[in-house]
Design a protein. Structure first.
Length: 583
């Protein structure tokens, strides 16, 4: 945009300055013709009236031309400013651009900005663009007349990533899950919390980070960092005198692409998360819904964890990728999901060989065994901007050792498949469908299903788990609308303990009502842009209604067969300005 602006204004300003000089010369000539000579010198005869009239006419014509030039220049500048503002807003992930920042997940790809029909420049020498060492716009000389939407540091461009959120929310049951919904732990009506409601304010979803872009020897690289404030702290006075919420690392990765090959390493959204575009790790290119709920929607396959991936782009419409990500031998107990019941002889496996999410610190988490990383493969098809399809598969490997007999090892391999479709069936209206089925990959359903159980002899068994999300996303002028239905199904896998009478595993007869068979959600909402400017940021107002249901595998006599709750979110967001240059 900087070069385009220079090329339009330069040819106009130079002829204008020449004409101004010419006009000044004519004025001087006219004035000189009427100057009175000194008394010692004889005064020449005054010029004839027709010559004076001709000079005045020439001066009037020059003034008219200058006025026309000023009007043309003002018109061109207005068109350029309009184009700059529109293009910056399109590029910015804050508003409608794809893949720029984390502030919102855009729903409808924006068509390229049409070429503006600018008035033709007046003939004259064209200034040369500042020399650049490559096609990297971050290495070009800055345009002193523009306000860039990014920062320059050396030969890279940096964009601040972030927004401030204030989120009031209300639930008709006291789920005690903070701002995010723990889908698998909705209280029943025969419990104390099932007869209490909650209303809170939160700023925990506020976000800070940065994105760095550059080109080096034909390779384009992106560094991405993002924090929110949903960390776990040890303070006990949050609600009394100090809302000292704790920062939490969300994303921290680097991606390099040269030609058809691309490599990413660091902590990113898992490659199992459905995409909106290609297999990009940028938040705006991922589908994790439009909702305000920071735990998104029931049935979404997601996690943010360390890993690496290699991608191949045979053309602009197909992307193929393989990746290795952090593994976890998960047996439930996180994010409202129920844990399994272990055999008495193997109860010591929890938090030593298996992740039961009970008092697990970072040291014990990284200290637990993992026979291999989780391997994920994915292929994405983007035949055009209106259709995206991706197909993914995952393999997880598990291994335990009998503490009483170290020669006895138990291994199991699990996996799953996922199909996602994102299609614009007519302008600004998209249908979303993502479907997942697994044996031993329930951890990726926000921890709502365990990966495996342990039988009485120490052998391992996989737990079936699947999900679906069906919904729509639409844009009406400055408003985004959305609605989704989603569900999780968790299979039963139970056995008898060594005594032959006690049931163990998941979903057995007599199990606690925390062992869910299914979890379902219906949600809808809006995101209204109240004001936006690519130089100053944006203000958005959002709302979401959420209806959650869960049903356990076993219901005791006289107990409720299911439970549900209603949640209303409201959100006010200020988003930082900025967008990356066009590489």
């Amino acid at each position: 945009m900087n070069r385009r602006k220079t090329s339009v204004r330069g040819p106009v300003l130079l002829p204008a300055s020449l004409l101004l000089l010419a006009g000044a010369g004519l004025v001087a000539a006219a004035d000189d013709a009427t100057i009175t000579a000194p008394s010692a010198v004889m005064t020449p005869n005054p010029p004839p009236d027709d010559e004076i009239a001709r000079l005045k006419a020439a001066l009037a014509q020059q003034q008219q031309q200058l006025q026309m030039l000023q009007e043309t220049l003002a018109s061109q500048q207005a068109l350029i400013d309009k184009a700059a503002g529109t293009a910056s807003a399109r590029k910015s992930g804050t508003f409608t651009g794809i893949g720029q920042v984390a502030s919102t997940a855009p729903i409808v790809p924006v068509a390229p900005l049409p070429a503006l029909a600018l008035p033709g420049p007046i003939a004259g020498p064209r200034p040369q663009a500042a020399p650049a060492s490559s096609k990297n716009p971050c290495e070009a000389a800055p345009d002193q007349n523009a306000v860039p939407p990014y920062l320059r540091l050396g030969n890279v461009c940096i964009v601040p990533v972030g927004f401030m959120d204030l989120t009031p929310f209300w639930r008709d049951k006291n789920a005690a899950s903070s701002m995010g919904s723990n889908f698998g732990s909705i209280p029943f009506n025969n419990a104390v919390n099932g007869n209490l409601s909650e209303f809170h304010f939160s700023v925990q979803n506020s976000r800070l980070g940065l994105r760095v872009d550059g080109d080096w020897k034909g390779a384009h690289f992106i560094g991405y960092n993002e924090f929110d404030f949903n960390g776990t702290g040890g303070a006990t006075n949050y609600g009394v005198s100090n809302g000292a919420i704790v920062p939490r690392l969300r994303l921290f990765w680097v991606d390099v692409r040269k030609g058809k090959l691309e490599f990413l390493a660091g902590q990113s959204w898992s490659m199992l998360v459905p995409n909106r575009k290609g297999i990009s790790a940028l938040p705006g290119d991922l589908f994790y819904s439009q909702v305000i709920d920071i735990n998104y929607i029931a049935g979404l396959t997601w996690t943010r964890q360390p890993g690496m991936r290699l991608l191949f782009h045979p053309n602009n419409k197909v992307t193929i990728a393989i990746g290795a990500e952090q593994a976890d031998q998960y047996i439930g107990g996180s994010a409202g999901g129920s844990g399994i019941t272990l055999p008495a002889a193997f109860s010591g496996l929890i938090s030593t060989q298996l992740d039961g999410a009970q008092n697990v610190t970072l040291a014990s988490y990284l200290g637990q065994p993992a026979v291999a990383p989780d391997f994920i493969a994915k292929v994405a098809f983007d035949p055009n901007s209106r259709l995206h399809i991706d197909l993914a598969g995952i393999e997880s490997n598990f291994k335990t050792v009998n503490p009483g007999n170290l020669t006895q090892h138990f291994t199991k391999t699990g996996g799953g498949v996922q199909l996602g479709i994102n299609a614009e069936i007519f302008k600004n209206f998209r249908l979303i469908s993502t479907n997942f089925w697994s044996d031993g990959a329930g951890r990726y359903l926000f921890g709502q299903a365990p990966d495996l159980i342990v039988r009485s002899d120490g052998s391992l068994g996989l737990v079936h788990a699947g999900s679906t999300i069906e919904g729509f996303e639409a844009r009406v002028k400055n408003t985004q609308l959305y609605g989704y239905y989603s569900g999780i199904y968790i299979g039963r896998n139970s056995a008898f303990d060594a005594n032959g009478t006690t049931r163990i595993g998941y979903g057995y007869s007599g199990a606690p009502n925390s062992m869910n068979r299914d979890i379902q959600e219906i949600t809808a909402g809006f995101n209204q842009t109240m004001w936006s400017d690519p130089r100053y940021g944006a203000i958005n107002v959002m709302g979401q209604y959420e209806y959650l249901m869960r049903s356990p595998w076993f219901v005791a006599a006289g107990a409720p067969k299911a439970t549900h709750d209603n949640t209303i979110f409201f959100n006010i967001r200020y988003t930082l300005p900025g967008s990356m240059p066009n590489f």
